[in-house]
Design a protein around this ligand. Structure first.
Ligand code: GCU
Length: 613
């Protein structure tokens, strides 16, 4: 299952990146949380980066005489004469986890740096315990400090990062400071241009994670590809006493107790057979309690076992063909406003998807929070996870690739044990070029190195043939390297009117499953007219009727994730009285009202179920 040498290379490579930005992720970190740092944090808005650079734009990190000017030192005036021009404790507060845009009107459009400060006490880590700070996500770049010392930085707005603070933490009055900068940049991932709101801030949970001196830092336990009884994966220990250690893997419900011994790097392969595994499935999302233990450490997780593969044009879950009745979702609670992050937010979104008749969700266009992934595991909803390689990325820039690659590795590291996750998507609607091909192929190789149990896809390019505008083809060369051919198409919205659908022929000469990863039309909830009145619910309903008829003619069609479950905020959508800063392609409005098209898609999925189940 793993080419050990290449995996060790990747692990080493990963830790190299860790040195550059952050350390390798602690698996199932929340199970080790001993103190949440969620709640009110003091903040300072710093568009000119005053807290980071002196007036000659020299970083304070490089200017020891001036460091008390740096906000991350949290310096207080020594006496009545000293000049310190900031004070976190007198500054206002923001809630964490939560973006800043939806909390403060004057930050609604803000793009820049915000400094966050949280003070905390910590009972001294006794008997060699280690302490880490774990941040679920912060958009986009975070520089993180504890008690005035720099821990490191992280780039990427949608994946977790953690740093060890064992040697820096005190019993009283620790201050954790993050500078979070959400400025969009051409060489970042995503790049400048997106169709979603650039929510900034610490948008997911912040936790203190305590572990023994040598602990189980990472593990991967899944059914081997196409196997019914062979569990594969690995365990990775971290600490001075990691070599030659016996790790017990127990699965009580299967009466399994397996012992494996770590090598000099604290790494041990998992590879054993066990009969009677009850498969995780969408109809019966069974999760096993798994215990991993050494003499020093014990951790538990809930893991589902299933296989996912393709055979010709079929997608097989546990060897059985299925149709992915899906919907695309942005990570937003449109009713409250702002980034979704809690289990309650996830419940709202996935319950709507269930009501629609979905067994599948495309979490666009970036990794969503862990709550929705864990809930999908429990609810039996299959998941497409996506790396934010979106539109016009800087394909030739090695730094851009490193950032895309680290974000992909982070989401795979975090979610590799979640049965619900079946597809890693490399990109969305990216223009074909040699550099883009090289970039995406290397990403796909990275994904397959870290996890060859799941399927690879991407929203590929489609186009009309030169000879006939009504014939559509997929000539995107990346189609050769994905397991599932997916693409977005908006015939009837961006491309003609809905009745154009009946004139279109899809000529897809590829023997792979096809997912239509986007189709959609805007409708202002509550606006009514005839089926050709743009922005009306009737137009959107007619669009869906015509589109679903059209795509049903594609013989390889095995799923669709229409765009999108709920209206979402986008600075690109400015039509007064209709959009007002919202993309209106939701099947549900931002007030939670279902539009006519919601029921059109629901009916389509009911009919599909009759064919497949
Ligand atoms: C594109 C893109 C989406 C966007 C949608 C739209 O396909 O992938 O991110 O929101 O079209 O235009 O509404």
């Amino acid at each position: 299952m793993f080419k050990l040498r290449s995996l060790l290379f990747f692990l080493a490579f990963g830790s190299f990146l860790g040195a550059r930005s952050q350390q390798s992720l602690i698996q199932n970190a929340s199970s080790r949380c001993i103190q949440t740092l969620n709640g009110k944090w003091n903040y300072i808005v710093d568009p000119y980066e005053m807290g980071y650079y002196d007036y000659r734009s020299v970083p304070y990190d490089e200017n020891p005489k001036q460091t008390d000017r740096a906000y991350y030192t949290n310096t207080k005036p020594k006496d009545k004469s000293e000049r310190i021009e900031y004070d976190f404790d007198k500054s206002p507060t923001l809630l964490v986890p939560r973006d800043w845009n939806s909390q403060k009107e004057n930050l609604f459009y803000y793009e820049g740096s915000v400094w966050y400060k949280k003070s905390f006490d910590y009972r001294k880590a006794g008997d060699g315990k280690r302490l880490f700070v774990y941040i679920g996500a912060a958009n986009y770049r975070s520089d993180i400090y504890l008690n005035g010392k720099k821990l490191g930085f992280h780039k990427g707005g949608f994946t977790p990062f953690n740093f060890e603070i064992t040697d820096l933490v005190k019993e009283k009055d620790n201050f954790l400071i993050l500078k979070v900068d959400n400025k969009r940049k051409a060489d970042e991932v995503p790049t400048l241009n997106t169709d979603w709101w650039n929510y900034g801030g610490i948008t997911r949970d912040v936790q203190l994670i305590e572990t023994p001196a040598t602990f189980i830092r990472d593990y991967f336990i899944q059914l081997k590809k196409s196997s019914s009884d062979n569990l594969g994966g690995y365990v990775q220990l971290d600490g001075n006493n990691k070599a030659g250690i016996s790790v017990e893997i127990s699965i009580p419900a299967l009466k399994v107790k397996q012992n494996i011994v770590t090598d000099a790097n604290g790494y041990a392969l998992i590879d054993f057979k066990v009969s009677g595994i009850k498969r995780w499935s969408t109809n019966d999302p069974f999760l096993y309690d798994i215990n991993l233990s050494t003499t020093e450490d014990k951790t538990t997780d809930r893991i589902g076992f299933r296989t996912i593969e393709t055979s010709g044009t079929d997608i097989l879950l546990n060897g059985k063909p299925l149709f992915l009745k899906g919907v695309s979702i942005h990570e937003e609670n449109a009713i409250r406003g702002g980034r979704a992050s809690s289990r309650e937010d996830a419940l709202m979104l996935l319950n709507w998807a269930k009501e629609l008749g979905c067994n599948f969700v495309r979490l666009a266009h970036y990794p969503h929070n862990e709550n929705i992934i864990r809930l999908a595991d429990e609810m039996g909803i299959l998941v497409w996870e996506e790396n934010p390689v979106y539109w016009t990325i800087q394909w030739k820039n090695p730094e851009t690739f490193a950032t895309a690659s680290s974000q992909l590795k982070e989401v795979i590291s975090r979610d590799k044990n979640r049965a619900a996750v079946i597809i890693w998507s490399m990109a969305n609607e990216t223009p074909v070029s040699d550099e883009r091909m090289s970039f995406l192929r290397r990403l796909a190789d990275t994904a397959r190195h870290f996890d060859n149990t799941r399927l690879i896809s991407a929203a590929l390019e489609q186009h009309a043939t030169k000879e006939n505008e009504m014939v559509r083809v997929i000539t995107d060369p990346f189609a050769e390297f994905v397991d599932i051919v997916s693409f977005n198409q908006y015939i009837g919205w961006y491309d003609g009117l809905p009745d154009k659908c009946s004139k279109i022929t899809w000529k897809i000469d590829i023997n792979k499953p096809v997912i239509i990863s986007e189709l959609g039309a805007d409708a202002l909830g509550g606006m009514h007219g005839d089926s050709l009145t743009r922005w009306s619910e009737e137009y959107q309903q007619y669009f869906y009727e015509q589109n679903l008829k059209m795509i049903s003619k594609i013989p390889q069609l095995r799923g669709t994730t229409p765009w999108i479950l709920v209206d979402f905020r986008s600075p690109r959508r400015v039509l007064p009285g209709i959009q007002d800063g919202w993309n209106r392609k939701g099947l549900i409005s931002e007030t939670g009202n279902k539009k006519l098209a919601f029921y059109t898609l629901k009916k389509f999925y009911e009919q599909i179920s009759l064919k497949y189940e």
